[in-house]
Design a protein around this ligand. Sequence first.
Ligand SMILES: [Cu+2]
Length: 301
Amino acid sequence: MYGPVTSYPASVDATFYFIVAVSLFFLLLVTTLMIVFAVRYRRSRRPRAEQIEGHTLLEIAWTIIPLLLVLAMFHFGFEGFRALRSVPEGAMTVKVTGRMWDWSFRYENGREAAKLYVPVDRAIKLSMTSVDVLHSFYIPAFRVKEDVVPGRETYLWFRPQTTGPADIYCAEYCGQRHAYMMSEVVVLEAEEFEAWLAAGGEEGEKEGVPALLARHACLDCHSLDGSPGVGPTLRGLYGRQRALIVAGREETRVADEAYLRRAILEPDAEYVRDHERNMPAPVGLSEEDLERIIAYIRALE
Ligand SMILES: [Cu+2]
């Protein structure tokens, strides 16, 4: 198997294979009997139907056997579910925020990242919420998936056993760029992880504005190179005339600093005409970062 592993794949896959094996067995059995009976009891050989009375032993058998099989499925499934739901004491918590169309991860020391870095051999609890619509956090290689719901915290946990990267997807259709709502979990050695975590603390080096825009998901909808997207490109925006819809009426404004500030902080106050109206207000964007973004857009001729 590629990438890092957790304790889940063994039990999840075993349950899955068990259910597939049982289903395949009955599919073959029923199909074969159907064909055999259709040939053997065809009309030309037995023109008259025969009535058959009950058979107690058979009836008990076909009640008990499926019952045991279904109980076994429930048992394996429930054991797996219990393991997934019981977070061990002392797990490291990472806050996960889902938004259209990006994931962000926040650590206990305040470090934020667009990828989920975790140490190997340690229980990790993800405490998750969404700022807009329903998403679902999914790491196929770990066999974990959990809905991410606005206004509510959901969680899951895992303990990576080997290092390496694995993909993170959104598994709940959440709009136009749902398919691009991807990230990565990167499992590091414990010391590597501590170093990474410490580097990004309070005094860590400052990220560039494009990285900042990417982390706030702006680049999911806005390009920096003039190409069209869900929202207008940010290139050459500063100083241009904007045709807007304000409170249902058309207005024209020049894109100056005050305009950009409003466009970013209160996306619902004014809309750019001829565009979709689905820009979410940024979450946790500091005044300092906002100023850097505005200065950056201004310089983006
Ligand atoms: Cu999503």
